[in-house]
Design a binder for this molecule. Structure first.
Ligand code: ZN
Length: 133
């Protein structure tokens, strides 16, 4: 397993990590199989979506803001006041599996892999593991 580290800079942000993942896939020399991209954290997530128009990331954060309202009696806020970040992380999920075929990660033309931070700034780890056929 390989581990990438990222220092997030904002409370909430979506950081494109596609380039870093593609480099690891290339070095892995896996021809056919899958790549698992996973964060071992409870307040961030992995997103796969369009990475061309940055507006998409802003839209995702804005919609999550509507779905998970700030004014709510969250039980977890008594502990460390970040219930919203936990819920957003749970909705998006901590990991994704991407197929690899002929040595290439099978992302669509407009798809990228991103780290979604919901309780930054922090240092985050991204685990990358391969399934080989
Ligand atoms: Zn917490």
């Amino acid at each position: 397993m390989q581990i990438l580290k990222f220092h997030t800079k904002k409370k909430e942000e979506i950081i494109d990590i596609t380039r870093e993942i593609l480099e690891i896939v290339k070095k892995s020399e896996v021809e056919d199989g899958a790549c698992i991209v996973y964060v071992p954290h409870a307040t961030c997530a992995i997103v796969i979506n369009e990475n061309y128009d940055k507006g998409v990331c802003g839209d995702i954060l804005n919609v999550l803001e509507k779905i998970v309202p700030k004014k709510w009696k969250y039980k977890h806020n008594c502990v460390d006041n970040n219930a919203i970040a936990h819920i957003k992380s749970a909705l998006i999920g901590p990991g994704k599996i991407i197929p690899i075929s002929n040595g290439k990660l099978q992302l669509g033309k407009w798809q990228g892999i991103a780290l979604a931070e919901f309780d930054g700034p922090r240092e985050r780890q991204v685990f990358i593991e391969f399934l080989n056929r």
